[in-house]
Design a protein around this ligand. Sequence first.
Ligand code: DX5
Ligand code: ZN
Length: 217
Amino acid sequence: MPLIAPSMLSADFLKLGTEIDMINDSEADWFHLDVMDGKFVPNISYGMPIIAQMKKRAKKTFDVHLMIEQPERYLEDFKKAGADYLTVHYETGYHLHRTLTSIRALGMKAGLSINPHTPVSMVQDIIHEIDLLLVMSINPGFGGQKFLPLTFKKIREAKEMITSAGSNTLIEIDGGVTLENAAEIVAAGADVLVAGNTVFSAPDPKDMIKRLKQAGK
Ligand code: DX5
Ligand code: ZN
C-alpha cells in the first residue's frame, strides 16, 4: 500500500485549519508542502512562517519539497519550521552530497528530486545519502497538470537502482497523480504518492485519500 501525501498547494488557504484537520482525520500519511521561489520555478508559494503555523495543528509527517535556488541557505530554517523530510532539487545543486549530509545532520530525512529531463542514473553515486527520491511526473511549479508517461520508465529504473544498491530510499511521485494512474504508478515501484488536485477537488477528499491508498494494494 502506498503512502499518501496530499499536497497542501491545492488546499483552500482561507480555511487552512479545517483542511489540516481533514488530513489529520484521513488515511493520509504525510503532508506534502511545496515551497517555490519564483526563480527555480515560475511560481511563488509559501515559506517557513506558514509551515511553522501549520505544524502547530498538523499531526502527521511534514514532507517539504523545496523548489528554490540555493536551497542550502535555508536547511536550518526549515528544520525549525517543522520539516521531517526535506527535499531539494538535483538541478539546483553544485554540492548535493554536502547538502544531503547536512539535512541528515540536522535530524531530518534527506530527499532529492529530479525534474522530468534529469535521468535517474544521475543520482546513483549518492543513493546512500538519500532517504527519499522524488521523481517529478510534471514540470514543477503548478498543481493540476497532466502526468508525463515518461515517468513510468523512470520509476522502474529508480526501483532497480535502489534495490541493487541495497538502499531503503523511498520513491515518491509528484504531479498529475489520479485514481486512474495510481495503481500503475505503484506497480512500477513507487512508495509515496503526492496528490494535490485529485484530493482537494474531489467532492469527498477523505474518501479520495482512502481510494488512492487502496491503489495497487
Ligand atoms: C508542483 C508540486 C506538486 C503539486 C502537485 O510543482 O510539486 O506537489 O502540488 O499537484 P497535482 O497533484 O495537482 O499535480
Ligand atoms: Zn511537490
